[in-house]
Design a binder for this molecule. Sequence first.
Ligand code: HEC
Length: 168
Amino acid sequence: MHSFSWYVMLMLMLIGVATPLAHAAETTPAPSNGIDYPKGWQDWRAISVSHRADNNTIRLILGNDVAVKAARTGKTNPWPDGAILGKIVWKAVQMDNWKDANVPGNLLHAEFMLKDSKKYAESYGWGWGRWLGLEQKPFDQGATSCIDCHTPVKDRDWVFTQPAVLPR
Ligand code: HEC
């Protein structure tokens, strides 16, 4: 056989081995509170940020395209069906090179509110899911604790976040 054919065969063998390995590493976390994992949120856009002083955590509030569009155009009461809001929470740590700056340390959890006024009618139009740590282990103790704590903002469609002001 020509060396070129050997090369092609070798490449095909490598691809055959590498593909299942790559897939194993990308398995989707199991559902939380019956909510499917919102894949691809790492590439969503920011809506706001917050810092919680009592437990010293930094939060990034982001959204899928439907949510970001609603946030940028002020159509957030109610949020449209299809909107997903995410809140990503890290322990705040001092920046190595500038002690007065707080920056994200360990990832604590990622949690999501999925708007679908029909599907989630029993939980006020939102699906509520949370995944813990870098392993994204599903939290599975039900949405009641989420809803209880979000009750102060039930007149804002259960959402605390005000989109951060951006230049037009
Ligand atoms: C102890 C009270 C508390 C509990 C419990 C709680 N939340 Fe929240 N949540 C808040 C507060 C306060 C904010 C807004 C401030 C912040 O953290 O940025 C918020 C913000 C959010 C946001 C960003 C949108 C918004 O409303 O501002 C999402 C998404 C979210 N929570 C999902 C959940 C889910 C899912 C659960 C249950 C697994 C949950 N929350 C449980 C208090 C709570």
